[in-house]
Ligand binder design. Structure first.
Ligand code: NDP
Ligand code: NDP
Length: 313
């Protein structure tokens, strides 16, 4: 009996996180077919691209899947229309207040999960009527909470604060981490970075290879003044460090970031000047494997731990 599996009609309490430029229909459908919940990352998709990916995803799987919707997306009304028109079963909202659209989605029979980085935001999400919260800690790639709370500290606090199911995220790429997150009070776990070096991810091959090469300390959290983001330490990151050392203000940092950095790095494979968003788990990844193998490995490791007897003290 697992409330998240029941809520989402999935076999395993494993959600593939929506990642801009990296998670299109191919990855989402592969994860859903493997027994988890696959997610299309819509933040990087123009409205017609999202519609194409939703149509392809529905053709590739008859299992539930999700669309991740950053609430700051500029053409959000068109994304909402696509989600409702094509009866997307689950929406994962992030980067904005869950008050605005939760009741709209629920009135269309769509399950809503919201990404939070603190207990206070988790409580607000529960009050807004979301079905579950995804609590994402400091280890996660891409945009990160201002509180900088690690997953190990965040999950028990969020689980104590709300009654709805909590999904742990940030630093989860193994069955052991998944097991730990459930021990901390989560009822499911979300994995993002571990799904980038898969053939099904739409990330550029250069980015996948850079993740395989990443070591401990290869990712950094920066640009706190704009929106904290965890990324690979590359020449672009070094330019950001140099700008900080020269006392750059927010406007100067924004102009250094410019437009479309994430696309350039993650989708076009510019490892020098692109923004390469990935989590600390990248240090543990050493080969490209299919998305279904990733799901099977994590669940095998999880089940081995769950059926083994830990030493009692
Ligand atoms: P492709 O567009 O390269 O196509 C992959 C497969 O989909 C091919 O087999 C192709 O068929 C088929 N296909 C392509 N376009 C269409 C269409 N309009 N209708 C039906 N089938 C089609 O890759 P994706 O499907 O992965 O991506 C589709 C679009 O989304 C591309 O423009 C891509 O750049 C973009 N994209 C955006 C992402 C983002 O985060 N913003 C992430 C991933 C992709 P055939 O063999 O006949 O060409
Ligand atoms: P930028 O402002 O640097 O660039 C916008 C990028 O988004 C471009 O690469 C553009 O593609 C693409 N894009 C897709 N749809 C649209 C649209 N309707 N209007 C304008 N651009 C669009 O943003 P980032 O790359 O830093 O972020 C991209 C998106 O990621 C954001 O729009 C937001 O939705 C999402 N995001 C999510 C966060 C979260 O979930 N926490 C946090 C921050 C961003 P092209 O280059 O082909 O024009």
């Amino acid at each position: 009996m697992n409330r998240l599996c029941d809520l989402l009609s999935i076999q395993y309490p494993l959600i593939q996180g929506g990642m801009i430029w990296c998670s299109g229909w191919e990855l989402a459908s592969a994860v859903s077919n493997a027994g988890g919940l696959g997610t299309i990352g819509s933040g990087s998709m123009y409205p017609e691209v999202l519609e194409e990916h939703v149509i392809k995803c529905k053709k590739a799987t008859d299992k539930p899947f999700a669309v991740n919707l950053p609430l700051l997306y500029p053409q959000i009304d068109q994304h909402l229309e696509t989600i409702v028109k094509h009866r997307v079963p689950v929406v994962i909202t992030s980067a904005g207040s869950p008050k605005k659209y939760t009741s709209f989605f629920k009135s269309h029979g769509i399950k809503v999960l919201h990404v939070v980085s603190s207990s206070a935001f988790a409580l607000k999400s529960q009050e807004a009527g979301v079905d579950a919260v995804i609590a994402e800690g400091f280890e996660a790639g891409g945009h990160n909470g201002r509180e900088e709370t690690t997953t190990l500290c965040l999950i028990p606090q969020v689980a104590a604060a709300v009654d709805i199911p909590v999904v742990a995220a940030g630093g989860i790429g193994s069955g052991a981490a998944a097991y730990a997150s459930l021990a901390l009070g989560a009822e499911g776990f979300q994995c993002g970075s571990v799904f980038i070096p898969t053939p099904e991810s739409s990330a550029h091959q250069n980015f996948k290879d850079a993740i395989i090469a990443a070591k401990e300390g290869s990712t950094k959290l920066t640009l706190h003044e704009i929106a904290p983001v965890r990324l690979l330490n590359n020449p672009f990151y070094q330019e950001v460090v140099a700008a900080y050392n020269e006392g750059a203000n927010v406007e100067e940092l924004k102009s250094l970031l410019g437009r479309g950095r994430a696309k350039r790095g993650m989708f076009e494979g510019d490892l020098q000047q692109g923004e390469l968003e990935v989590g600390q788990i990248s240090a543990q990844l050493d080969k490209i494997t299919s998305a279904s193998e990733v799901v099977a490995r994590i669940m095998r490791e999880y089940n081995e731990l769950a059926t083994s007897t830990f030493q009692c003290f």
